[in-house]
Write a protein that binds this ligand. Structure first.
Ligand code: ATP
Ligand code: MG
Length: 521
């Protein structure tokens, strides 16, 4: 059974991303495009578009052309967007690198993607230089955006008199970006996304949200990850919004920026919702500017979300996606207050999906959990240098096998259960760790939690909870187990508890259960 989008298809023009965003900004040239949340420094749309052209011209003068790959290793700043769109405008593809990466990890992405140049900042130069020297890395030049001895700066690139190159983008086939998946379940994979993939997803989502020139978006999620890149940067710039950047997440600074820069649309991952629901300092800030809080990248529990809504009085929305879908496939539209905020809403325009029993391969219908398969113009061209992974993920009918278990209701509203591979199998029953994590977070003395399957003395897989206590809280393992046992079917009971100071999470906001599993061995 194929589930189709409830929305009519949107038209996807045959243009490259820079043209979609900057092709006609005449009506908004003086409006703010990017605002540095720390310094307040602002780039208008006119300045941004002019800088993008200059960077493209300077890159073209250095020989960068279609088919080339250029890396970006930088925290979010307004100049990230300048580098990003300059690279695409020159016809090259951008590979965006996790700011937390070590020199070795950076080198491996540069090597795998074949990047020939790298944009970075002076604070990251040690790692960038070490990576550029590593064996097999082809980077011949490092542009240090804020300047450093011996390297060109962004100002040097912007000083060019040359006109931007005349590149013809074939949106359907030309790669725009090579982001890497988050590496939550294993090694991060390079994802080949074309201009059409990115353009499509921006337009598919635009129909469902109220974002325009009146909007001030908080861009705290990293631009290197597809969610920050496409949703907080590109879709917002397409709509003409002001994008307020933050280099990293720190709760007090986040609260200050929301309140002082009056950002009305704030994109987060669930760990931020946990802090907004539970942290005492939240009450010291005026968060009334924040009208919509949008969560994605990992499961957001309904009760937790409702607690944030009650505390802050904002609208909460949730979306689902993955790097491989540029990234969004499902979301709760802005105007659908009737959809539960614990779900990921409905499938976006131009997409269809199926649910497939991972055991039997049979398609299932409403109300029955199955692996979510999705098809649409935003689905990747494939994994880079990884034919086996591509073949295992993209089938010959064009459906992407997400690896996530979902349930769809009679109204087409989708709930994500958990990743297929992370379901705990207790005596033949399946236990989704995400459900237990959400339940644990409802305990007032629990600040954070994660659940994995571990083997008991009989070799049976059982749920184990890692729990972070609220500051100064007295809570023991027996109390945690009793709390869960009271609320779930017996096979879902937590049978082992360990207390930690913090739950390991990725930069994109996901619980790193693989790191917790590694501790067990
Ligand atoms: P890797 O594929 O390298 O192991 P990853 O899958 O975490 O890492 P991303 O592409 O960043 O890399 O994340 C996509 C995944 O995030 C989805 O497959 C899903 O498991 C999870 N996800 C995203 N949004 C949601 C959501 N709203 N609810 C539940 N899970 C979500
Ligand atoms: Mg994945």
């Amino acid at each position: 059974m194929i589930f189709r989008s409830p929305f009519p298809d949107v038209e996807i023009p045959d243009v490259g991303l820079p043209e979609l965003l900057f092709g006609d900004i005449s009506g908004r040239a003086a409006n703010p495009a990017l605002v540095d949340g720390s310094s307040g420094r602002t780039l208008s749309y006119g300045e941004l578009a002019a800088m993008v052209d200059k960077v493209a011209a300077a890159l073209a003068a250095r020989g960068v052309a279609k088919g080339d790959v250029v890396g970006i290793f930088s925290p979010n700043t307004p100049f990230y967007a300048v580098a990003f769109h300059g690279i695409l405008r020159a016809g090259a593809a951008a590979t965006t690198v996790n700011s937390l990466y070590t020199a070795d990890e950076l080198a491996s992405q540069l090597r795998d993607s074949g990047a020939t140049r790298l944009f970075t900042i002076s604070a990251f130069l040690d790692r960038a230089e070490a990576a550029a020297k590593a064996e097999g890395v082809r980077v011949s030049e490092i542009v240090v955006m804020d300047g450093a001895e011996g390297h060109p700066s962004l100002a040097d690139l912007l000083a060019t008199d040359a006109a931007p190159p005349d590149v013809v983008i074939n949106a359907e086939t030309d790669l725009a970006v090579l982001p890497y998946s988050s590496g939550t379940t294993g090694r991060a994979k390079g994802v080949m996304l074309t201009h059409r993939n990115l353009v499509a997803n921006i337009l598919q989502v635009q129909q469902l949200i109220d974002v325009g020139e009146h909007t001030r978006v908080l861009a705290m999620l990293p631009f290197f990850h597809i969610y920050g890149m496409q949703v907080t940067m590109n879709a917002a710039l397409y709509a003409g919004a002001a994008v307020v950047t933050m280099p990293k997440f720190e709760l007090p600074e986040f609260l200050r920026v929301v309140s002082e820069h009056r950002t009305d649309r704030v994109y987060i991952a669930p760990p931020v919702a946990v802090a907004l629901a539970k942290h005492p300092i939240v009450d010291s800030y005026d968060l009334s500017p924040m009208k919509v809080l949008f969560s994605g990248a990992a499961p957001l529990d309904e009760e937790l979300a409702a607690a944030v809504r009650a505390r802050l009085g904002c609208t909460i929305r949730q979306g689902y996606g993955m790097t491989e879908m540029s990234p969004v496939s499902h979301m709760i539209p802005d105007d659908r207050d009737d959809i539960s905020i614990g779900t990921v809403g409905v499938i976006i325009p131009n997409m269809e999906c199926k649910l497939v029993d991972p055991g039997t391969g049979e398609e299932v219908g409403e109300g029955v959990p199955g692996e979510l398969w999705c098809k649409g113009p935003n689905v990747m061209a494939g994994y880079l240098n990884n034919r086996d992974a591509t073949d295992a993920t993209l089938d010959t009918d064009g459906f992407l096998h997400t690896g996530d278990v979902a349930v769809i209701d009679a109204d087409g509203v989708v709930s994500i259960v958990d990743r297929v591979k992370e379901l705990i199998k207790y005596k033949g029953y399946q236990v989704p760790p995400a459900e237990l994590e959400a339940l644990l977070l409802t305990h007032p003395l629990i600040a954070d939690a994660a659940v994995i399957g571990v083997r008991d003395s009989e070799g049976e897989e059982v749920p184990k909870a890692f729990v972070v206590r609220q500051q100064a809280a007295e809570l023991d393992a027996a109390a945690v187990m009793a709390f869960v046992a009271e609320k779930v079917a017996p096979y879902k009971k937590v049978r082992v508890v360990e207390f930690l100071d913090a739950i390991p999470k990725s930069a994109s906001g996901k619980i790193l259960r693989k790191d917790l599993r590694a501790r067990e061995n």
